[in-house]
Design a protein around this ligand. Structure first.
Ligand code: LLP
Length: 418
């Protein structure tokens, strides 16, 4: 559910016409709906309220500071994967005791920063990493709280690039070796074993993989807790899908209904790491039609947003709905919607049936709030685009459009070229 709707043939972001925002802030433009983000966060919080839980928003989906602040203000924590994300989460006011840190390649500096901030726990992905965290914690004379990320070998049935929970993936520790790794963790002086984590992939639109993975890791957790361990945090990762087209993914209440009865009776704190399902449908990308081009047996709508602004179609062949900002009664057309980047892979949609558009008209690329801006770049020297947040009738820029000067501001000129 989101708050981008048509009123009288015009697309609105909450109570503001999208056209007005495009005219005021220029295009391409990311627009986020405050109330949609809040609603999605609350849907999780409500659904799991009968069980102790922490919602750790996966920053990688969208790191805009205003969006993080909105989540922090409502008690949301963070799932981070880098020192940069730690910095952003703390800066937004997220409590360190609600921060979990994943990722296969944490550096010493990043581990130090996280220990210094006293985050809730590291989600550890390998033996080498475990030993490194122990070493760094020793140098700092602290104990590092950790969970092991267990790879349950479950097929998330999603795009192969965003599936992570099978044994061939680089993530986590194989479930069959888990016990041995937990024993090792317990033997390390500067490690405190507090949790168990799994995350099997992203854009999962069926409930079965969540249930199967949970059952598998709970069996392990019970075994651990019945012996030497006191595991308090059960982190089930993120991955809940959203409708991009006509998918009907489960909602947090469906997840809670299926997962809580399985967990109940155990004294744990449940951690979830949703990213896409919080922000995905809370953002759109607005783009302007620059040209219409008739190719040989194919038509193109050339727009001012490119793969550098929204990479998902090019990278994963991902589907994003594209709809007119102002509806008309013209017949439909079938076209590729492409950007200005000099690559054939630069498209937002292929063979897409659209309402006939004209030069200068705006289009909205839907469900672009997750992994849109956060994966964008300035490829082809296109300055990164602006972001705006709408709340009811108010709107405010939350990131200004970069300039040409921004493109070069961090470059240095060697003496021998001056
Ligand atoms: N936790 C961990 C450990 C993760 O690796 C991820 C996502 C999440 C949580 C959040 O997953 P979500 O709830 O957003 O599905 N760029 C891709 C998605 C990559 C996801 C990476 N990990 C895309 O645009 O579809």
């Amino acid at each position: 559910m989101h708050f981008f709707t048509y009123r009288g043939g015009e697309l609105y972001a909450e109570d503001v016409p999208v056209r007005l925002l495009a005219e005021k802030y220029g295009t391409p433009l990311y627009i986020y709906s405050y109330n949609t983000v809040l609603r999605h966060f609350k849907a999780y919080d409500e659904a799991f309220k009968s069980y102790p839980h922490i919602i750790c928003y996966a920053l990688k989906a969208n790191t805009n500071g205003a969006l993080l602040k909105l989540l922090a203000n409502n008690g949301c924590g963070a799932d981070i994967v880098s020192g940069g994300e730690l910095f952003r989460a703390l800066r937004a006011g997220m409590s360190p005791q609600r921060i979990v840190y994943a990722g296969v390649g944490k550096t010493e500096a990043e581990i130090r920063a996280a220990l210094k901030s006293r985050i809730l726990m590291f989600n550890v992905e390998s033996e080498d990493e475990l030993r490194e965290i122990d070493r760094v914690a020793g140098l700092m004379r602290v104990k590092a709280p950790i969970a092991l990320r267990i790879n349950p070998d479950i097929d998330a049935q999603t795009h192969p690039y965003i599936s992570t929970g099978m044994k061939e993936h680089k993530f986590g520790i194989s479930i069959k070796d888990a016990l041995q790794y937990y024993r090792l963790a317990k033997s390390l002086k500067h490690i405190a074993v507090v949790g168990l984590q799994k995350h099997i992939g992203s854009q999962i639109i069926k409930i079965a993989p969540f249930v199967d993975a949970l059952e598998k890791i709970l069996a392990l957790l019970d075994r651990l807790n019945s012996s030497l361990f006191k595991i308090k945090y059960l982190d089930i990762g993120g991955g809940l899908g959203i409708p991009y087209d006509d998918e009907k993914p489960p909602v947090p209440a469906d997840l809670a209904r299926r997962l809580l009865p399985i967990i109940n009776g155990r004294k744990l704190t449940l951690i979830m790491e949703p990213g896409r399902s919080i922000v995905g449908n809370a953002g759109i990308l607005v783009t302007k039609t620059l040209y219409l081009k008739k190719g040989d047996g194919k038509d193109f709508v050339i727009v001012d947003a490119g793969m550098n602004d929204l990479m998902r179609p090019s990278l994963y062949d991902a589907y994003h709905q594209i709809i007119p900002v102002v509806q008309n009664r013209r017949a439909s057309m079938t076209s590729d919607v492409v950007g200005p980047i000099c690559e054939s892979g630069d498209f937002l949609a292929k063979k897409r049936k659209l309402q006939r558009v004209q030069k200068g008209e705006y289009l909205a690329v839907m469900s672009a709030g997750a992994y849109g801006m956060s994966m964008s770049s300035s490829y082809n020297s296109r300055p990164q685009i602006a972001e705006v947040m709408v709340k009811g009738m108010s709107h405010s820029p939350v990131r200004k459009r970069a300039t040409y000067e921004d493109l070069v501001k961090d470059e240095l000129m060697p003496g021998f070229l001056k």
